[in-house]
Ligand binder design. Structure first.
Ligand code: UFG
Length: 327
């Protein structure tokens, strides 16, 4: 059993991972400023601090009080178009906030750190699938903020020598909800495809749009690697095991290694929901790469990560059931 601090543990991916860490027998503490997270998403049994990762004194006190041995860092802003409109918000919270947190961890002798990075660091890749070694050319401040934090971890980790090791997980398109029905994506004004389609299926919005039907893909719409949030949560446990078994700092993709088009997703949500919501074809959305699929050989080999929900219907059904249950 480890004492683990989870930042952003009240958010979408953070809450699913926190639950999985609890199930695995770990002792967790959540720090979340509730900017986009929800207190109800964290079990009442868990020590919860409403606060910010930039509050170094608070973080240091939590580390001391709970004898923290590892930090799993989710807290951050995640809306790509917002990052274009307000980059300072992203650099302040995602980059400066992460720097503050990493520095505090190193000062307080926390040796193990897991970071939520993103496939957004790749920008518009030139290969069909991307492995971790391709050139990184993020095309928006969100992706840049994630890459800057990877660099921060590498440089501060290097300076700290054997006293600090991290895993950065580059998430692809995370979707779905917990099989218990207790957790799911509750972000207001979501822009993510599966969430938007499920809201349309539940009548929470008047239909939806498909952005771009003239891409050089089989059906003309963009292709993404959708990964179920529970499989992603498991990857965090695997990463912790890896570090606590003496693994060195590393960066890995988290995706299934296969892609579905926007039209595939819309069709699947219509099938699982039985709702024929209206869909409008629109022009391309700025900054969308035609295709983004993980090469996941590294995570499978290094962590022996195994997926359990690699099925588009399962992902869409869980997201739909969750959306419906929220009224
Ligand atoms: N899309 C639509 N209609 C919508 C919403 C999305 O057609 O209403 C399309 C988009 O244009 C895109 C695809 O669905 O082609 C997927 O879009 P999402 O917004 O769901 O996801 P993105 O691929 O843009 O980005 C997501 C996360 C990023 C992360 C990236 C990594 O938002 O944080 O996946 O793959 F970096």
């Amino acid at each position: 059993m480890l004492n683990i601090l989870v930042t952003g543990g009240a958010g979408y991916i953070g809450s699913h991972t926190s639950l999985r860490l609890l199930e695995a027998g770990h002792n967790i503490v959540v720090l979340d400023n509730l900017y986009s997270g929800h207190r109800w998403a964290v079990s009442e049994e868990v020590a919860f601090y409403e606060g910010d990762i930039q509050d170094k004194q608070l973080v240091a006190d939590i580390i001391d009080k709970h004898e923290i041995e590892a930090v799993v860092h989710f807290a951050g802003h995640i809306v790509v178009p917002e990052s274009v409109a307000d980059p300072a918000k992203y650099y302040q919270n995602n980059v400066v906030g992460s720097l503050d947190l990493i520095e505090t961890c190193i000062q307080k002798d926390v040796k193990h750190f897991i970071f939520s990075s993103s496939a957004a660091v790749y920008g518009i890749p030139s290969t069909a699938t991307v492995d971790e070694t391709v050139t990184l050319e993020p095309i928006n401040p969100y992706g840049k903020s994630k890459l800057m934090t990877e660099w921060t971890l590498q440089d501060l980790g290097f300076a700290a020598g054997d006293d600090f090791e991290f895993v950065a997980l580059r998430y692809f398109n995370v979707a779905g909800a917990h099989s218990s029905g207790t957790l799911g994506q509750a972000t207001p004004e979501a822009t993510h495809l599966i969430k938007v389609a499920c809201e349309a299926a539940c009548g929470k919005r008047n239909g939806m749009s498909i952005f771009g039907t003239d891409y050089d893909t089989p059906d003309g719409t963009c292709i993404r690697d959708y990964i179920h949030v529970e499989d992603l949560a498991e990857a965090h446990l695997d990463a912790l095991d890896y570090l606590f078994e003496g693994g060195k700092s590393t960066i890995v993709n988290c995706g299934y290694g296969r892609g579905f088009s926007v039209k595939d997703v819309v069709k699947t949500v219509k099938e699982v929901s039985g709702s024929d919501f209206s869909v409008t074809m629109e022009s391309r959305r700025a900054g969308d790469p035609p295709q983004l699929i993980a090469d996941n050989s590294k995570i499978k080999k290094m962590f022996n990560w195994q997926s359990r929900f690699d099925d588009l219907e399962t992902i869409c059904r869980s997201a739909y059931e969750w959306e419906k249950s929220r009224g």
